[in-house]
Write a protein of this length. Structure first.
Length: 318
């Protein structure tokens, strides 16, 4: 029996299983408010009401979809009929999706960071007298943009995961969102020779931080401010949180004139993919570099510029 439970728990990625448990606990907590509602096995009717309540409470369709996946997973794992497969619940979910798209999806879309934005960041924050704090933040932006990194990948990079060659550096990613079997992947980032070169900025950051390239310390860690010398140093073993990274990056975006409400950490990944697409990089190379499993997922990130939007009608021979 323990072996069976272990096999079932390994059927999905650890992060996915954690998400399923979280969603299922929320469903169980909602059911506890109503004596007549059983949380398991779930009733189609009450589950439908719960989905609508989630939508009305401001949850996105992605959260609603995660709830369906979670409840379905636990039913199937117990050999029970999955209520989420019913036509009724599929119709409710489709309705929630349409309502969510109409009311919120446009406002949630983040704008891509552009190469000219990165140039402004380097000019403003990476001058000869830049602090370690500013160099860290600019390096995070350049590496995130060039590697199409998700924040969860960026914040988990360790110095020992990086290897420098003459014309590029490589980053080993032990696991990522789409790497369910933990095979790992390697991202190569070229030396460009421009002021916005991620290679040069990373070398500068490593030197300023006095980093040990063989250590397991996180590259983008927390900083300690030394008031006596008015300088920073990396806190050994620390890891930059999502909320802190978002705060410092958006602050810098705001300083160069960007509206914080239109941008986020994901704007780096969107921006990198969009820049590649607009420079006619092959789709296969973009998909592999960004570690996307499907063309559809990749296409959601690639925002075409005006030139490419006009390309079709300009080449119709009329």
């Amino acid at each position: 029996m323990p072996g069976l439970v272990s096999a079932l728990s390994q059927s999905v990625a650890p992060s996915t299983l954690k998400s399923y448990f979280s969603c299922f606990k929320k469903w169980k907590r909602w059911c506890s408010q109503f004596p007549e509602v059983k949380y398991f096995p779930a009733s189609e009717t009450y589950l439908g009401l719960y989905l609508v309540q989630l939508l009305q409470s401001g949850y996105s369709f992605t959260s609603i979809q995660s709830t369906l996946y979670a409840i379905g997973f636990f039913h199937k794992s117990c050999g029970l009929q999955n209520p989420c497969d019913s036509k009724f619940l599929k119709a409710v979910a489709q309705g929630c999706k349409r309502l969510d798209c109409k009311s919120n999806s446009v406002s949630r879309q983040k704008s891509p960071i552009l190469p000219e934005h990165l140039s402004s960041l380097v000019s403003r924050f990476a001058g000869p007298r830049a602090s370690l704090s500013d160099i860290r933040d600019v390096t995070l932006c350049l590496v995130g943009f060039a590697g199409f990194f998700r924040f969860n990948e960026l914040c988990n990079i360790k110095w020992s995961d990086i290897s420098f060659a003459d014309e590029f550096f490589s980053v080993t990613i032990p696991r990522s969102k789409t790497d369910q079997y933990h095979n790992g992947s390697t991202v190569l980032i070229a030396k460009t020779g421009f002021p916005t070169c991620p290679y040069s900025m990373l070398v500068r950051y490593a030197s300023s931080a006095r980093a040990d390239m063989t250590s397991n310390n996180f590259v983008f860690g927390k900083l300690i401010f030394h008031s006596s010398t008015k300088t920073y140093s990396l806190r050994e073993g620390s890891q930059l949180s999502y909320s802190r990274a978002r705060e410092v990056v958006l602050s810098k975006f705001s300083t160069i004139g960007l509206d914080q409400t239109n941008f986020g950490l994901h704007s780096l990944r969107i921006g990198g993919a969009s820049a590649a697409a607009n420079n006619d990089i092959p789709d296969r190379a973009i998909k592999k570099h960004g570690r996307w499993k499907s063309e559809r997922s990749k296409d959601l990130y690639c925002r075409e510029n005006l030139k490419h939007k006009l390309l079709v009608s300009l080449n119709l021979g009329i």
